[in-house]
Each structure stands twice: as structure tokens, then as C-alpha cells.
Design a protein around this ligand. Structure first.
Ligand code: TEU
Length: 565
């Protein structure tokens, strides 16, 4: 069994601060708002909270463009507010994790401003500044948010700086030891303040292919995807190990990497015993249906594909380390809208999806609003969209011949703004999020879907999440739920997810009937106890018929069960 860590049995929760809770009524969520909701989080059973960036920022990419790593953006409050939040969280046994965005900074950061003034001086070397080819970019890499990764340096005809994301997010030059030391110093400064650790943003991007050469084009624009470049870049581990030794290890910090495109054979080096991180997110189900051409070319994903992606990922990872399980985050659409077919998108289906995610091997990582089953927003017009990534994908769809209506449909399913609408606390004004008009309009369904309504109801999605979370610290089942190996059950059945969690003391069998029709599942075990059931009415109790050598479980449409066998 893997070496035990303090965080293994916890449940984590991501806060997108701009949309979580607004204490001062300006329509933007803030630190005081978060502090005011700590009791809610504790009640839910949360032990770790990751807060998306609250640093000073011009908000071109909603805080992922940082202009001062040592300052809190005034729209979120002050450093005193941050310290107060840390103190109050500590009182409640909640660890606070901040976002570490160090692949790039903002073009408004003092370093970049100095580089603009003197590209050949000290600060020019903080970035990737290269000569172009007769006024054209040095190579054909495409940025994540569209267009070339190269942007002309103002005032020069043939000098370019590199940005993997927006042009207002210049990449920091990790090859420069001075830059790395600046970053480690900043990390230690925050850890000294008492935060528990960091979520590492887009971290795979810090190592570039230093040949800066053209790669085969994969779209009509003549460019190649960032992933194609990353596949050629070697040597990231030296940076990550150095960062661990110099900044994280002395504090025993919790670190969770946001890694797409990592090489599977390198997993051990990321989250194994001597890995550079404690954990990484398991994005396997979220990569399904993706296309190199853009969102317009994505295919829908079924729950059976979701199941297979989870199984394949766990088969590789669960003996190496503990990845974090998500169904959504601030970059993804709402999980219930994405993975549940329309007929299963009610509270029963939402609980089923919650059950599959939280009973799988891994650290459960909830995203704000997931616990009440918040859904995608219905966008009526592209003018309702704020997100830079969505606006680019809208453009890509138009360029590929889709009309405005169709393009809106395409981006609606994937837009990052689906997850960024205000948290739905109540059916009151602005969903109880703010007394003022929110920076991004509420989802119109807050009257039906909100915390206040669900808190008092035993059969709500929220109540089921509490039950699932409590199981991770249950004296009887915790060890099995946290450490038990996950092994597939009934994988050949369609519209069905089943798996074991095999612990030393107990074996749990998780069954999810992912369709509206009833079905009978044959289990070659005696059922000792029903541990979880997403149907609560006594009339809907589980029907289990024992037979010689096993049991037949009659499952209702969208029923989720966990049985001790
Ligand atoms: O995301 C990194 C990343 O790879 C995403 O851009 C992802 O490809 C995209 O969102 C899928 O739709 C991180 C942050 O989570 C994201 O919010 C930032 O925009 C990005 O880094 C840049 O900092």
C-alpha cells in the first residue's frame, strides 16, 4: 500500500473567487465572502480549499495573468482579509491552497514592463525574446487562445516575445536561474504566511522545445498545436525537482499539478514516492471527445466512455499515487450537463454521477456549485460571454463556415463561463451571491437550484454529497473508500458503471444503472449491507434476491448503490 499522507482521506473544494460570494456588493466575489462561507464548507465535510488566483491582475484571463505575486487584487480585498481567511480556516481545520501561475505573468508585471524598455537587459532575459524571420514569427507554434505564440515587441521590427496563452500573458523564461529563484522566493513567502500549498497552473508548459523550430501544421492557419511542441520538449523534471527541493519540501507543502499532455510513463516521476508533486488532476474523462481542430469538431461523450476512461487511468495510477477526481472545474462545462444524458439530468442522475466520481480511487475535488448540481448556462447571445478562450473558439467556428446561431450552440456546450456564473446560494436577489449586479449574469435556474433549498432536504443532491464525503472519514469504511483498490465490475454491460473497492477489511461494490429503465444485476456475492443508495424513499428500497452463490439486485432507472459484499 502507498505511504499514507495527511491529505489522502480529505475532500477538496475549488473556489473561483470572482463568483463564490460577494460580501461588499460590488458584484465581484471576495475574500470576506469566502471567510463567511467557511462554516458551510466545514459542514459539507471539506478539508482542503483551493482558491483560484486572487493576486493583483488586469483580469485579461480572470486572474491567471498576474501583475504582482505579492499583492491581493483590490477587487478581492486586502492582505489583511487574506490573513483573516487563513486564521479562520485554520480554526476549522481547513487547509488553504493557492493557485501558482508561474508559466507566465501579466504584461503589466514590472518585469515585463522593464523588458519592454530594455529587451537586451536583465529583464529581457526573464522572458523568451527571439528574433523573427524577416518580420515574421520565429516559428509556427499556435497559442492556446488562438493565433501565434509570438507577439512583436513594440518598437522592434524583428523581435518577438513568446506567450503560450493570451498575448497579455508573456511566458517566464525558466531557463534563467534568476527567474527560478524569484519564483521560489515568492512560493516560500506565501508558505510562510501559512497556506498549505499550491495548485500548479499549466505547469507542463514551463519547459519549451528550445530549438524553436517549425513543426508540421495541423490547421489551415499553418500552425501547430501547443501539445505538438510539448511532445518534443525534454527536461521538465529538473525544474520541477529543483522547485520541490528549494520551495515545497522544507514546508511539506501540498502540491497538485494541472497537467495535460504528460507522458504516462513519467507518472511515477510526478506523483510516485519521490515525485515532484503530491498529486495531479485526473483529466482522463475530460479529454474525451476533444479534437485538435477546435470545439466545433468535438464529439459528445457517454457515461460508458467516462467509465472506461476512469478505469484505464486508475489501472495505471492507483499503485503509483493518488490523483484527484473531478467532474468539472473553472475551465470545463458543468459535469452534470456534459456527462448525463438529458433523461438522467435530474437529482437522481446527479447523485449517480457524484457517486461514481467520489467512490472512485482518488482525492475528490469538488468545484463550487457541483454539490448542489449546478448546470450549464443557457447563452442567448455571444455578448453574454466573457471568457477569452470561448470567444476564440467562437471565432474558429465562424471561420469554419458555421453561422452565428450554430457557433453559439457549439460554444455553449463547452464554454468556461458555464462554470463561472455566480454560486447559487438562495432563490433571493442575484442568487444570494451579491446585493449588486454580478460581473457575469446568474444562471436563470437559481430559483430551483440553490443551497438554501437543498440544505433542509434529506433527499437533495447536497445531502447526498455530504453522505459521500462523510464516508471518507467513517470509522468503519474510511480505509476501504480511501485506499481500497478499484477494479472493474460488469464492464461489458452498456449504460452501466460498476466497480469494486477492495480494502483489507471490507470489499465494497459500486453499481450505477446509467439509464431510465430498470435492470437486474447478478452479483456473485452475498450482500452484507447497503452502504449508499441515491433513492431515499422507503418505497424505493433496494430489492436484493439471494440465490445459490450470489444475489440478484434489481436496480431502478438511474439508481446508484454501494454494497458491502
Ligand atoms: O489552464 C491551462 C489549460 O491548459 C487550459 O487553457 C485549457 O487548455 C483550457 O482551459 C481548456 O478549455 C490554466 C487555467 O486553469 C486557465 O483558467 C488559464 O486560462 C490558463 O491556465 C492560463 O493561465
Amino acid at each position: 500500500m502507498m505511504k499514507k499522507k495527511w491529505w489522502h482521506g480529505k475532500t477538496a473544494y475549488q473556489i473561483y473567487p470572482k463568483s463564490f460570494m460577494d460580501a461588499d456588493g460590488d458584484g465581484i466575489g471576495d475574500l470576506k465572502g469566502i471567510t463567511g462561507k467557511l462554516d458551510y464548507l466545514k459542514e459539507l465535510g471539506i478539508g482542503i480549499v483551493w482558491i483560484s488566483p486572487v493576486y493583483q491582475s488586469p483580469f485579461v484571463d480572470q486572474g491567471y495573468d498576474i501583475s504582482d505575486y505579492y499583492a491581493i487584487d483590490p477587487s478581492f480585498g486586502s492582505m489583511d482579509d487574506m490573513e483573516c481567511l487563513l486564521k479562520e480556516a485554520k480554526k476549522r481545520g481547513i487547509a488553504i491552497v493557492m493557485d501558482l501561475v508561474v508559466n507566465h505573468c501579466s504584461d503589466q508585471h514590472a518585469w515585463f514592463q522593464a523588458a519592454l524598455k530594455d529587451p537586451f537587459g536583465k529583464y529581457g532575459k526573464y522572458f523568451y525574446i527571439k528574433e523573427g524571420k524577416n518580420g515574421k514569427p520565429p516559428c509556427n507554434w499556435r497559442s492556446y487562445f488562438g493565433g501565434s505564440v509570438w507577439e512583436k515587441l513594440p518598437g522592434y521590427d524583428n523581435l518577438f516575445y513568446l506567450h503560450m496563452f493570451a498575448r497579455e500573458q508573456p511566458d517566464l523564461n525558466w531557463e534563467n536561474p534568476e527567474v527560478r529563484q524569484e519564483i521560489y522566493r515568492m512560493i516560500r513567502w506565501w508558505l510562510d504566511k501559512g497556506i498549505a500549498g499550491f495548485r500548479l497552473d499549466a505547469i507542463i508548459n514551463i519547459k519549451k522545445d528550445l530549438r524553436f523550430a517549425d513543426l508540421p501544421a495541423d490547421r489551415d492557419d499553418g500552425m501547430c498545436s501547443p501539445a505538438a511542441m510539448l511532445a518534443q520538449a525534454d527536461g521538465i523534471h529538473a525544474f520541477l525537482q529543483e522547485m520541490k527541493q528549494e520551495a515545497f519540501a522544507p514546508y511539506e507543502a501540498f502540491t497538485i499539478g494541472e497537467l495535460f499532455d504528460f507522458r504516462e510513463e513519467e507518472l511515477e516521476r510526478y506523483i510516485g514516492e519521490d515525485g515532484c508533486f503530491e498529486s495531479i488532476f485526473d483529466f482522463a474523462p475530460h479529454m474525451l471527445g476533444a479534437s485538435g481542430r477546435g470545439w466545433y469538431d468535438r464529439t459528445p461523450v457517454s457515461l460508458d466512455e467516462f467509465r472506461d476512461a476512469v478505469f484505464e487511468s486508475k489501472a495505471v495510477s492507483q499503485r503509483i499515487g493518488m490523483m484527484a477526481n473531478i467532474i468539472e472545474n473553472h475551465d470545463e462545462p458543468r459535469g452534470v450537463s456534459r456527462y448525463l444524458p438529458e433523461c438522467g439530468r435530474d437529482e437522481t442522475g446527479k447523485k449517480l454521477l457524484a457517486g461514481i466520481s467520489l467512490m472512485s480511487f482518488g482525492l475528490p475535488f469538488l468545484y463550487q456549485g457541483q454539490e448542489i448540481g449546478m448546470t450549464n448556462k443557457h447563452f442567448q447571445s455571444i455578448r453574454e460571454v466573457d471568457d477569452i478562450n470561448t470567444l476564440d473558439e467562437y471565432k474558429v467556428a465562424l471561420e469554419h463556415g458555421f453561422g452565428e446561431e450554430e457557433a453559439l450552440q457549439i460554444i455553449s456546450g463547452m464554454s468556461r463561463d458555464n462554470a463561472r456564473t455566480p454560486m447559487q446560494w438562495s432563490s433571493g436577489i442575484h442568487a444570494g451571491f451579491s446585493s449588486g449586479a454580478p460581473w457575469l449574469a446568474e444562471n436563470e435556474n437559481y430559483g430551483e437550484i440553490n443551497v438554501e433549498e437543498q440544505e433542509g432536504r434529506a433527499d437533495s443532491v447536497l445531502s447526498f454529497y455530504k453522505e459521500l464525503i462523510a464516508l471518507r472519514t467513517d470509522p468503519e469504511y474510511a480505509m476501504t473508500v480511501v485506499y481500497g483498490l478499484q477494479e472493474p465490475f460488469g464492464r461489458d454491460m452498456a449504460d452501466f458503471t460498476g466497480f469494486y473497492r477492495k480494502g483489507t477489511k471490507h470489499t465494497l461494490l459500486v453499481l450505477a444503472n446509467c439509464r431510465a429503465k430498470e435492470r437486474e444485476v447478478e452479483v456473485l456475492h452475498t450482500v452484507r449491507r447497503v452502504v449508499l443508495n441515491n433513492y431515499v424513499e422507503p418505497a424505493d428500497c433496494v430489492r436484493i434476491r439471494p440465490f445459490e452463490g450470489g444475489s440478484r439486485v434489481v436496480m431502478k432507472g438511474w439508481q446508484f448503490l454501494t454494497l458491502e459484499v
